[in-house]
Structure formats: C-alpha cells, structure tokens
Design a binder for this molecule. Structure first.
Ligand code: ATP
Length: 415
C-alpha cells in the first residue's frame, strides 16, 4: 500500500512551507540526491497537528544538498555541525538537513558511533515507530509515505513502541522521550515497551546530567508538562534525577496556578523547575542542581527558592512598609519569586510578593545620578546611597514629585 499525502501537505501546511518541501525535492532531483521529509512533522501531519520543524534526510551529502538548495532558492545557512547536519533559515522557516546515517552504541548512555547509511537505516536509529515515517519529496514520487516499521498502525492505535528490545539500553534518554510523547499525544506506551522501559531504568545513571537536563527541559516546554512529570513520577523515572522528587496533584495544581498568574516577562520553564524542587530541602536542591549540571544562573534561582522558604515569618510580619518589603525581596531572582508566590503557605506572604513583583520592583526615583552630581553630591558611593533613600521615600509615599525629591536631597545634604 503506497499512500500519498501530498494533499494533506497542501491542506495543513502554510503555502511557503509546502513550497519549501516541493523545492527541496526539485533541488534533490537536480543533484541526483534522494530527499525525504522525516520525523515529527510527518507524524504530526498524519495526526492533523501543526508542526513547522522541517527535518530533511538526504541519501548522500547533506552539505552538498544544502548548498544546492541555497543556490537555487536562497536562504541563509545557519550552521554546519557534526554528523554532516546543516541548518538553513529559509524565509524564516528553519530547515534541518541531515545525511542518512546509521548509529551503533558501544555502551548505555554513550553517544553513538555514526556511519553513512541509507533511509532505511536512518529510520531504524529512531526512538519510536511513530517517528519512523518519511515522505518522499522527489518530484516523480512527491508525497509518497514511506512506513517501514509500522508507524502508521501505531499512530492509529495510539501506541508508543520502540523499534527493538535494546532501544532504551542504547539510549536511556528515550525513557524520558517515551513519557513525553505518551502524555503529549494522549497515547499509551505499549505493554512490551513499558516492560523494557522499567528494566532499563538503572541505565539512566550512566547518562550525563547535561543530556538528562536537555530531555527534562523538553518536557518543561510541553503545553502541560505536569502530565509527563506525573507519569514519570509514577514510573520511577523522575526519582532517577533525585530520589526525593515527586510529581503529584499538588505539583499539577501549582503548575496550573503558575500559568494563570504568570507575568509576561517570567520564564515559565524555569518557574516550573522551581516548583518541581520546591518541596526539597536546600541540600536536596543542591544535589538536584549537581546531578543535572544546571547552569550557574539556574542554580542561583533554586538557591533563592530555598532561601525564600526561610523568610516567610519576616515577610508575614504585620506592619511592614512597602520600602521594607522592597528591601527584603529585591535581591531574589524574579522567577524564583514568581514560583514561590504561587505556593507560599499564607495569603499575606503571597500578597506581598505579588505587590513587589507587580509594583514595588519597578519604583525608581525621578532624579538620576546625573541630577545629583549637578546638585553638588560628590561622585562615589554617596550617589547610590541617596538614590536608595529616594527610592525608599517614594515607596513609602514620603515623596511624590520631582520637587519633593529635590527637597529631600537638599535636606540630606544639609545634614
Ligand atoms: P517533536 O517533539 O515534535 O518530535 P522533538 O524536538 O522532540 O520534536 P527532536 O528531538 O527534534 O524532536 O527529534 C527529531 C527526530 O529525531 C524525532 O522525531 C526522533 O525520530 C529522532 N530522535 C530524537 N532524539 C532521539 C533519540 N534519543 N533516539 C532516537 N531518535 C531520536
């Protein structure tokens, strides 16, 4: 059965993307190279989901093909990387072009050894059957669906299935990917694959923190990441990052509240991470950060979550002035504050963090350092101190206008 999905391509994809696919096939034909659309876009086309990540596989040199495509139709080369992969930016569309390749694994968690291959071996190195389908882009066969490993059948049955029994052992990061796809698509990991996944859990220990972090970040970029996290928790996958982690109804509710309350400038992915570790002790958070090799800024953010948990008493003190709330909170990471605000244990603390984020953190005196110099303040630390005094006065409502500020500075200088 040779299904042709060119009509689906025309119907679902924006005209410039569909045009790009046709042009890719023409460029391949001109240069004697077979070109295929592969991966998530094929899967999502068949599911009727929009996906604009173009992954092309060429039987032959991807670099040569990318050059030919650029020469014929323009586009900006973004980079050429290891494994002969090229990235092109074509009218704002990002296109990944790779040479068909074969992969073999020396040991669990190691990166694969790569050698040139054909389409069949390239599809066989993939994680799940639903990701193994390809579409021929050459003009004479344009739109022909290639399904060598039963991807369409599993897609229709809603199943996540590995291609062979060693799949999770070869690459344990596929454990996280299985959970991510299952929850994103409302599919099921089929029973044999689930048994293989459970058996392969110990191999996650052999994978570098960077690679696990990459997969966790992908999960946190999902529309509803709590689904995959709860499933990963139930399977014991999450606990391979740190044994004290859990994802449950509390976490799901916190994520929902986070989305509902989030500021446009808050990094939602990082805020989710803060919520994920919120119930850990400071020491466990440090262990978590170490096991994922988190970047310094993210570590600092998690340390701020731990530190904020220790100041709820101070922050809940009955008669705090706005200037005092500012002083208590100004040094903390904004994303950590946003996350803690969602789950803090009492209303006063939540309201004060919200007041700080929504209003107080943006309060600045009208007078600048330059104005102070003109008023005779000496260069140096004094300028900063007066700016802080002015900010406190403004926060507490003791100055409201520029003239008020000038009077306050004059009084301070006279003192
Ligand atoms: P999507 O979630 O929409 O599939 P993605 O960003 O998760 O996108 P990528 O990580 O870009 O997908 O991977 C693209 C394709 O490469 C996947 O469809 C899959 O077939 C393959 N792939 C990615 N990672 C692995 C892996 N660890 N093992 C095997 N195949 C993989």
């Amino acid at each position: 059965m040779h299904e042709n999905i060119s009509a689906l391509i025309e119907k679902l994809l924006p005209p410039n993307v569909a045009g790009m696919l046709r042009n890719s096939g023409l460029a391949g034909a001109h240069n004697g190279l077979s070109v295929y659309l592969v991966g998530g876009m094929v899967r999502d086309l068949l599911l009727g989901r929009l996906n604009l990540d173009l992954d092309l596989v060429v039987e032959g040199s991807a670099a040569e093909f990318a050059e030919a495509l650029k020469a014929a139709y323009g586009g900006k080369p973004l980079c050429q990387s290891q494994f002969g992969t090229s990235k092109l930016d074509w009218d704002g569309i990002k296109v990944d072009v790779a040479s068909a390749r074969r992969e073999t694994y020396a040991r669990p968690g190691a990166l694969p050894a790569v050698s040139p291959g054909d389409l069949k071996s390239d599809l066989f190195r993939r994680d799940f059957t639903i990701n193994t389908m390809a579409v021929n882009l050459l003009p004479e066969n344009y739109g022909l669906l290639i399904d060598m490993y039963g991807g369409k059948q599993d897609l229709e049955a809603g199943l996540i299935r590995v291609l062979h029994d060693k799949s999770f052992i070869d690459d344990p990061t596929r454990i996280w990917r299985a959970v991510k796809y299952e929850q994103r698509l409302d599919f099921q990991i089929e029973p044999h694959t689930l048994a293989l996944l459970a058996n392969a859990l110990p191999t996650l220990d052999a994978v570098s923190g960077d690679r696990i972090r990459h997969e966790l970040e992908k999960v946190l970029e999902e529309e509803l990441p709590e689904k995959a996290l709860c499933r990963a928790s139930g399977l014991g996958v999450l606990q391979k990052i740190h044994p004290a982690l859990t994802a449950d109804e509390w976490l799901a509710r916190s994520f929902r509240m986070m989305r509902a309350s989030s500021h446009p400038e808050v990094h939602v992915k990082q805020a989710y991470l803060c919520l994920l570790v919120y119930r850990l002790s400071a020491r466990q958070m440090a262990e978590f950060a170490g096991s994922l090799n988190l970047p310094t800024a993210w570590r600092q953010m998690l340390f701020d979550v731990a530190a904020l948990k220790t100041i709820f008493d101070v922050l809940g003190y009955p008669a705090l002035r706005p200037g005092q709330i500012y002083s208590i909170l100004e040094s903390y990471d904004k994303t950590a504050l946003q996350a803690v605000m969602v789950v803090a244990p009492n209303d006063v603390v939540r309201e004060r963090i919200a007041l700080f984020l929504n209003k107080l953190s943006g309060v600045k005196p009208l007078l600048t350092g330059h104005d102070l110099l003109l008023m005779g303040v000496a260069r140096g630390v004094k300028i900063g101190q007066i700016i802080e005094e002015l900010r406190q006065a403004r926060l507490d409502g003791r100055v409201n206008t520029r003239d008020d500020e000038v009077s306050l500075v004059t009084a301070l200088l006279a003192r």
